[in-house]
Design a protein around this ligand. Structure first.
Ligand SMILES: Cc1cc2nc3c(=O)[nH]c(=O)nc-3n(C[C@H](O)[C@H](O)[C@H](O)COP(=O)(O)O)c2cc1C
Length: 230
C-alpha cells in the first residue's frame, strides 16, 4: 500500500465530520424531514439526502409544492423549507442513482435515519429488495451493522407492518415511531414534531434538537431550548 493510499484511508476513517444519511419516503408528515434537516444543518452535521420517488407525490398532495429532482435545486429546496439558507452541508441524490456514495459500505457515515418512513419502504427493507438508492443505503447500514433509525408513519398498523418492523428491529434497526409524548407540554405542532425528531436523532446519540426533557420526579427542569435538559 502506498503512503498516498494510506493517507486517503486514514482521512476517511478518522474524519470527525462524517455525514448522516437521511432517507425520506412517501409517508405523510414531510415536516418531520424538514425539521430534521434544519437541526442537522444548524449543528453542522453533513447530510447525504435521498428522497424516494413517492416523496414527490406526497409534497404535491400535502403542500401543493413540486419538489425539484435536480440534486442542487433540491438541496436549495430543502434549505428553504428548513429555513437554513447558509451553514452546514446537504447533498441530494436521485432516488434512482444506486451508484451514489451512500450505496456502498466503504463510504463512512454516522448512520442513517429514514424519516418519515412508509410501510412500503418498511416492507421492501424487511425483504432486502434494495430496489432504489434509499433502500440500498439502508440495506448497507444493516449489513455493515451500522445505525439505522426508522421513523414509521402509519396508523393503524396491520400485522404485516408489525411483522416487517419486527424483522427490521431483529436485524438491528432502531424503530422510533412518529408518536409524540405530551409530558413536555407541547404548545404548537412543531413542538410535537420536534419531539419525534429528537428521539430519532437520540438513537444516533445526536443531541441537536432544543427540547425540554423529562428529569424524573422534578418533572421538566430548565427552560426549553437551552439544550441541556436530558
Ligand atoms: C398524500 C399521501 C400520503 C401518504 N401517507 C402514507 C403514510 O403515512 N404511510 C404510508 O405507509 N404510506 C403513505 N402513503 C403511501 C405511500 O406513498 C406509497 O405506499 C408509496 O408507494 C411509498 O413509496 P416509498 O416507500 O418508496 O416512498 C401516502 C401516499 C400519499 C399520496
Amino acid at each position: 500500500m502506498t503512503a498516498a493510499t494510506m493517507t486517503i484511508l486514514r482521512n476517511n476513517v478518522t474524519s470527525s465530520a462524517r455525514p448522516l444519511t437521511l432517507g425520506i419516503t412517501g409517508a405523510s408528515g414531510l415536516i418531520y424531514a424538514v425539521r430534521a434537516i434544519k437541526f442537522l444543518l444548524e449543528a453542522e452535521i453533513p447530510v447525504e439526502l435521498v428522497a424516494s420517488k413517492a416523496t414527490y407525490q406526497v409534497w404535491k398532495a400535502e403542500q401543493d409544492i413540486q419538489m425539484p429532482g435536480e440534486p442542487e435545486a433540491q438541496a436549495r429546496f430543502w434549505r428553504e423549507q428548513a429555513g437554513v439558507l447558509q451553514g452546514g452541508q446537504i447533498r441530494c441524490h436521485p432516488w434512482s442513482d444506486v451508484g451514489a456514495n451512500i450505496a456502498s459500505g466503504s463510504f463512512r457515515t454516522r448512520g442513517m435515519v429514514i424519516i418519515p418512513c412508509s410501510m412500503g419502504t418498511v416492507g421492501k427493507l424487511a425483504a432486502g429488495l434494495s430496489s432504489d438508492l434509499l433502500e440500498r443505503a439502508a440495506d448497507v447500514q444493516l449489513k455493515e451493522r451500522k445505525p439505522l433509525v426508522i421513523v414509521p408513519r402509519e396508523t393503524p398498523f396491520s400485522v404485516i407492518h408489525l411483522r416487517n418492523l419486527t424483522t427490521l428491529a431483529e436485524a438491528g434497526a432502531h424503530i422510533v415511531p412518529a408518536i409524540p409524548a405530551w409530558y413536555h407540554r407541547p404548545q404548537t405542532i412543531l413542538d410535537l414534531v420536534d419531539f419525534v425528531v429528537a428521539r430519532a436523532l437520540d438513537a444516533l446519540d445526536l443531541d441537536c434538537v432544543p427540547l425540554a426533557r423529562w428529569q424524573g420526579h422534578d418533572g421538566l427542569t430548565g427552560s426549553k431550548g437551552d439544550g441541556v435538559l436530558a
